[in-house]
Design a binder for this molecule. Sequence first.
Ligand SMILES: [Zn+2]
Length: 475
Amino acid sequence: MSNYKVSARKYRPQSFSEVTSQEFVTQTMKNAIISGKIAHSYLLSGPRGVGKTTIARIFAKALNCADLKNGEPCNKCNSCEEITNGIHPDVFELDAASNRGIDDVRAVQDAAKFFPIKGKFKFFIVDEVHMLTQQAFNALLKILEEPPSYLIFILATTNPEKIPATIVSRCQRFPLQRIKINEISAKVKEIAKEEKIKIDDESVFLIAKLGDGALRDALGVFDMAVSFCGDNIKYSELKSFLNIPDKDIYFDISGFIRVSDVKNILIYFNELEDKGFDLQTFFNGITEHFRDLLIVSTTSNPNLLDESDSFREKYSAESKNFTADQLQRLLKVLFEAENRFRYSSNQKILFEALLAELCTLNRDVKDLSDLISEVTSLKKKSLIQNDSELFIIENADFTPVNDIPVPSNEESFSGKNKLPDSEISHYNNGKPETHKAKIKTELEVKDKSDKTTVKETIIIEKLKELFDVVEYKTD
Ligand SMILES: [Zn+2]
């Protein structure tokens, strides 16, 4: 392991075809090289670590290559090798973050006056170009207005909006994209194989996710993982090394929320808190967990998640325990708490209150669509039975109406449905009834005039209570 080289540098792409993602940019550049239609200035913009300077170097290499093949540099000729090693006399790299003044740009102006020493073109690759001072931008603009035929500027930036429009309008613009997690994980797997390092799928996904769209950052985490775990990277070791909450924790949390177990979710949270997890990471993890559940619940396609196969299966199973409406409500509460949480001086207490709220939310709010379908089916039933005699309702709760056995009039008073004598408190039209049933029957008879059953009334009352509204009456 002593000759281990930092992966991002060792595996830096040396040709357009090796660049991960960014096909739009690499293909357009290759076409320009093949057709010989070269501009004098290019602007590569995009998040950090997505390959801006890498692409700039490959472009410079291809244009000065002695043995160009289909728009790709040969990587064997003297010019290619010198550019790879950063010693080509006609390729200058400037970091505008540390060389941002007028003098630095004047030095570029002076250097630009001379013909290239070795190659056909002379390149200035300016990284983080938005950091230049206004004076420096003015000097740069002067060169861009009348560039000598051999001069090519490649400007790279993470903040294109900070570059003066006069500069931007003189450049060919290439916006680079964040790299997708599956592309980063494919690259991590490829490098692990090359380095003969065993790594499980969960670790690959964790590393790719931590890269947050930047391959360079992900490879940095990969190098850390190698230095800690050696040549066999296991998820269980890696997550404890990085002190990242295990994904399973989030399934436990949603389990508590599902059954509205406030007590145990708080005990569980305090145990986790003792392990010293960063609460912001934990908060983001819970939000992402419910977001993933919502994606699977609404699309039934777990492959849309940036997760390993084993976690995709878990998400598929867990999503069946929630309705999409429930998940949306939980996410809404989390999003509303996000800013409060970020700026809170006591994140722990806020977190506990939030977890309790999520549990209560799931208990109190019965799914609205269930209630509506319940009311509708009861209305239908009520209309059908309007003219026949009313039946006894023993279950005036919220179990779906299909689950309630509806005895026929004859059945109610004979055979298995016969009431035990001890429970009979009175007779209604010569039929035995319990005391409870008597009250209900009375209520039903009262409501029969407006075709509403007891159950329906209770549901409407519950709806009014839940949504804190006054019933709208048409008459
Ligand atoms: Zn070459």
